[in-house]
Design a protein around this ligand. Structure first.
Ligand code: PLP
Length: 412
């Protein structure tokens, strides 16, 4: 599939008001922190504006025009998410605050069936959101968390995976794309191996849903978690996606309004799916904003978004690799939106602050992957992360900013 042409990208950039702004006086903003959160197109900003100006009401319980409109739009957003990600059924789309909450839901609800000695398999490249909920579950149940090691190129060690996947592995919880290294993991193969073992699989799609065409039914995982704010949508909304049968077999994880059928002072029964897992007033406005982001990305075409990002990020990795003083943290065969690196002789935090002075926003730190930092033998990295609205010229601005930083530090 063809990447967007430079003229198409310029046109796309007009949809993102924030990309027109300047920082530190007169510097054109170069936003390369998309793995943390993406920017939002006008249609999303307007969908939020329209909802609060026009239809704001609580959902599901009202018997008036606004409540009916808000409910219809909220449920249409659920159906949109299901369609976009190839979910088996909209009833299997549970709105959450994001990926983190979706994984916690699985660990706290599905996880109740684990027993002492059961194994939870993750990997060394996981985000803290796909580590800590499993550690908490292990503490509660006596289960053990094991991690797939990495190869020197920053990919999963597939031989080690085959050894670690054993009869006690109850769940495999893996990221599809590493937020820190940019590695795209071969999740389809790993899911089918795990399923052949009878292991439940959760895919952390925080970085993949924004970048690749996803079809959860084809992937064959049991749970898929993602966040709207990394895919041009608002913060505070995301989803856990699973089959209704699986969700039906799980107990609720939070109690309150919306998730009940009948309540007496002695006991309660639960609402149908997906409401059983959506206690309290949901995030209606942001679900509607997310639906607008999905419309926007679908109109651009996920195949073209993927092709554009691949070209951008491979070009960025090649040029950073040739830049004096730069060392890439990983050299995966397939890259998602991120390239991370170290600059010889300058701490990553100083690098990020210095390039920011040139208007270039990148990230520095452990990027929520402290076990990965331990594996890399460095406490921090720098990360440039791209979305389809970035350009190769912006990589040029990053390289210029790196040269200035090296000069300031007296390194030539
Ligand atoms: N997993 C990965 C791979 C991520 O990159 C992130 C966020 O950066 C998360 C999980 C957590 O997402 P959220 O903070 O939206 O819940």
């Amino acid at each position: 599939m063809k990447a967007f042409s430079p003229a198409e990208i310029l046109k796309i950039r007009e949809d993102f008001p924030i990309l027109q702004r300047k920082v530190h006086g007169d510097r054109d903003l170069v936003y390369l922190d998309n793995a943390a959160t993406s920017q939002k197109p006008l249609c999303v900003i307007e969908a939020l504006n329209h909802y609060y100006r026009h239809s704001n009401a609580n959902v599901h319980r009202g018997m008036h025009a606004l409540a009916e409109e808000a409910t219809a739009d909220y449920e249409a957003a659920r159906a949109k998410v299901a369609g976009f990600l190839g979910a088996p059924d909209p009833k299997g789309v549970v709105f959450t605050r994001g990926t983190t909450e979706a994984i916690n839901l699985v660990a706290q609800s599905w996880g109740q069936k684990l027993q002492s000695g059961d194994e939870i398999l993750i990997s060394v490249m996981e985000h803290h959101s796909n580590i800590v909920p499993w550690q908490l579950l292990a503490q509660r149940t006596g289960a053990v968390v094991k991690a797939i090691p990495l190869t020197p190129t920053g990919e999963l060690d597939l031989e080690a995976f085959d050894t670690l996947l054993g009869p006690k592995t109850r769940i495999l919880a893996l990221t599809q794309i590493s937020n820190a290294l940019g590695t795209v993991n071969p999740v389809k193969d790993l899911i089918s191996k795990a399923k052949a073992h009878g292991t439940t699989v959760l895919i952390d799609g925080a970085q993949s849903a924004p970048h690749l065409p996803i079809n959860i039914s084809e992937l064959g995982c049991d749970f898929f978690a993602c966040s709207a704010h990394k895919m041009c949508g608002p913060t505070g909304i995301g989803a856990l996606i699973a089959s209704p049968e699986l969700l039906e077999s799980m107990p609720p994880w939070q109690g309150g309004g919306e998730m009940i059928d009948q309540v007496t002072l002695e006991s309660s029964t639960w609402a149908d799916l997906p409401y059983k897992f959506e206690a309290g007033t949901p995030n209606i406005g942001d679900a509607i904003g997310w639906a607008s982001a999905i419309d926007y990305m679908q109109e651009l075409g996920m195949e073209r978004i993927e092709a554009t990002l691949q070209a951008l990020v491979n070009d960025a990795a090649d040029r950073l690799d040739q830049e004096p003083g730069v060392t890439l943290t990983a050299r995966p065969t397939e890259r998602g939106g991120a390239v991370s690196f170290w600059l010889d002789g300058i701490h990553p935090h100083d690098v990020a602050q210095l390039v920011d002075q040139s208007g270039v926003a990148i990230r520095a730190g452990h990027v929520c992957c402290q076990p990965l930092m331990k594996h890399l033998g460095h406490p921090a990295i720098n990360r440039a992360s791209y979305h389809f609205y970035n350009t190769p010229e912006e990589t040029g601005r990053l390289l210029e900013a790196i040269r200035i930083a090296r000069k300031i530090f007296g390194i030539s």
